[in-house]
Design a protein. Structure first.
Length: 87
């Protein structure tokens, strides 16, 4: 058997169905469905991680903004208290 034939994954069965070497049509369908599911699950896991990272970044920026906003409001209030004519 030539190396190219040995490394080939797919073949055609006696009924003309495209199958993986050594597997029936049903076994091939199960095998490929499992790989798609696994890939989908991994993709979902990565998306969850990315969303979690984005959510954390958003919260960091929101907290930074809120702190700066409150400091500005406090500084403005202190100015008004120190110099009531600013209003």
């Amino acid at each position: 058997m030539a190396k190219a034939e040995f490394t080939r994954r797919w073949t055609t069965d006696a009924h003309g169905n495209r199958v993986l070497y050594g597997l029936t049509v049903e076994e091939t369908e199960f095998h490929e469905a499992y790989l798609r599911t696994r890939t989908t699950e991994e993709r979902r896991r990565r998306l969850r991680e990315q969303l979690k990272a984005r959510r954390l970044r958003f919260l960091e920026l929101h907290d930074k903004h809120e702190l700066a906003r409150r400091q500005a409001a406090l500084a403005e209030a202190e100015k008004r208290t120190a110099n009531p004519s600013i209003d």
